[in-house]
Write a protein that binds this ligand. Structure first.
Ligand SMILES: Cc1cc2nc3c(=O)[nH]c(=O)nc-3n(C[C@H](O)[C@H](O)[C@H](O)COP(=O)(O)OP(=O)(O)OC[C@H]3O[C@@H](n4cnc5c(N)ncnc54)[C@H](O)[C@@H]3O)c2cc1C
Length: 492
């Protein structure tokens, strides 16, 4: 039994890992179009002044409360290398009318639950605060079906709280537009809190008390390996080397089905390949393209999932060149501020080991849904997920301008790295649950085909790992082969 997996990001690598553990396949092949493994996980370790800058071009940490990331790291022997965020300087700021104001304390599940701290906050007017208080008395609304995140938060906490507080936090995760994002597909637990407790703040407070302020089984809610997330990719590749046929520079163009033999025919840009089972661990729009000639209906559903393009710009400075102390994890920028940047992470405060002593590393996140990156074409004119050092680029200029305006930084950075990610962030917009139903229904016809990745049921690294594992489970069970996978973890 041959299994082929397309896409060597964290999803495809995880799928290959879990497939190799089943001992069910005579041959496992992992095909990656790029010349390196990891997809959006792109760590650069830059030697500097006797130490290193650890620059993350894509994700920089993963959530510990979703267990699949921690579990995989444990299996790969990385547990001891996982660091939490700096517990000593935990401030997070919100840009408000051009100034940084602290986020109120007591955020639980992204919902403010500490009333005195809200009352003290300058992020909201007194009218906005009073409107937030209505959350305690407004009855749960009888909503027929889904609603947008923006509508939901606005009707519970008021529009001001949504725009000044919640939107920037949430759009930092999806680079999305909250007025388009589906509540059911992004933060379904918020609706559960409303239904169960009749109030978001009361529900969030309850959940916080139950967990006693701590995330179960971990030191911090966010974790990352010592020298960057690439450690996970490297450990996966190392463990797969002897068991899986690993092929870089192998772009799949199309897939067709041989009905007589019950096999899948893959057309690559250089050769072709036949396999019994197939997992597509590529972004949904790519999977749609690959499947277009074989099942246009499935392909069209996949291509209906929109993706936003984003970029990160990392800049290094001498601490002595900074006009202010970077006393926290950074700041988020509400859409209404009209800035080109979405957020700014003070990386070397959040994870102190990511910069040599005496230096600061800052990362500016640019681009979000409805606020495209253009006009900032890369030299090749394509928004491919390329990594390149473009000191003269528009993106670098945007990042430097953001740091000048908000932090007063005028010094030239000692080094900078620009990462462009075209169509990288899936947008689980209104209608996403229906799209998933269409996709699932179409897949029922093909027991030996599975889809995995960030386009469907979770964008974070732990979700991607889990989706890779579930794809293997589906394929393995459907072929009636013995499945020795660990039991599927339940969602939190
Ligand atoms: C800037 C940024 C910051 C983020 N921050 C975080 C964070 O802090 N924490 C977090 O948990 N998540 C974060 N995310 C989300 C997370 O990084 C992604 O959802 C996740 O890495 C996606 O993994 P994947 O394997 O599904 O897809 P990808 O990483 O996109 O991998 C897909 C792979 O398929 C390959 N491929 C494409 N087409 C073909 C083809 N035709 N043939 C063969 N191979 C092909 C690609 O080259 C790629 O390697 C962030 C994402 C971005 C872009």
């Amino acid at each position: 039994m041959r299994l082929t997996i397309i896409g060597g990001g964290i999803t495809g690598l995880s799928a290959a890992y879990y497939a190799s553990r089943t001992n069910s396949y005579s041959q496992i092949t992992l095909l990656e179009a790029d010349s390196r493994w990891g997809g959006k996980i792109a760590t650069e370790r830059i030697p500097f002044d006797g130490g290193y800058f650890i620059v993350e071009g894509g994700p920089d940490t993963f959530l510990a409360t979703k267990p699949w990331g921690v579990a995989l790291c444990k299996e790969l022997g990385l547990s001891e290398r996982l660091h939490g965020t700096n517990p000593h300087k935990k401030n997070t700021y919100v840009l408000h009318k051009g100034r940084l104001l602290p986020l109120p304390d007591g955020l639980a599940m992204m919902i403010p639950s500490d009333v005195p701290s809200i009352l003290r906050s300058r992020l909201l007017s007194w009218t906005g605060k009073a409107r937030m208080g209505l959350d305690f008395i407004l009855p749960a609304k009888n909503v027929n079906g889904d609603e947008s995140l923006g509508t939901f938060i606005s009707r519970r906490l008021g529009r001001e709280a949504y725009e000044n507080l919640i939107e920037p936090l949430m759009s930092g995760i999806y680079a999305g537009d909250g007025d388009q994002l589906s509540l059911a597909s992004t933060f379904p637990y918020l609706r559960d809190l409303e239904l169960k407790y009749g109030s978001l703040a009361r529900g969030a407070l309850k959940m916080r008390q139950q967990s006693n302020g701590k995330m179960p089984g971990s030191r911090s809610a966010f974790l990352t390996p010592t020298t960057g997330l690439a450690e996970i990719v490297e450990a996966l590749v190392e463990s797969l080397k002897s068991k899986v046929n690993l092929r870089l520079n192998a772009r799949v163009i199309s897939v067709t089905r041989d009905l007589e033999r019950g096999t899948w025919n893959l057309q690559l840009d250089t050769d072709s390949l036949i396999t019994d089972s197939l997992i597509l661990a590529t972004p949904a729009h790519v999977s749609g393209r690959i499947l277009a000639s074989f099942d246009p209906e499935l392909a069209s559903a996949l291509q209906s999932i929109p993706y936003a393009s984003t970029a990160t710009v990392s800049l290094a400075y001498r601490l002595s060149d900074l006009p202010r102390d970077l006393d926290g994890y950074g700041y988020v920028i509400p859409r209404r501020e009209g800035r080109k940047a979405l957020a700014c992470t003070w990386t070397s405060t959040k994870f102190p080991h990511r910069a040599p002593e005496g230096y600061a590393l800052i990362r500016v996140f640019i681009g979000r849904a409805g606020q495209p990156l253009t006009p900032c074409p890369s030299p090749t004119g394509r928004w491919v997920g390329v990594r390149e050092n473009r000191d003269e680029s528009d993106l670098l200029a945007i990042a430097k301008e953001e740091l000048r305006l908000t932090l007063g930084i005028t010094a030239e950075p000692l080094l900078s790295r620009v990462f462009l990610w075209e169509n990288a962030m899936p947008q689980y917009n209104l209608g996403h649950p229906e799209l998933l139903k269409r996709i699932d229904a179409a897949l029922e016809k093909y027991p030996s085909l599975a889809l995995a990745g960030n386009g469907y049921r979770g964008i974070g690294i732990p979700d991607c790992i889990r989706s890779g594992e579930l794809a293997v489970k589906k394929i393995t069970e459907s072929r009636g082969v013995e499945n020795s996978l660990a039991p599927t973890p339940t969602a939190l």
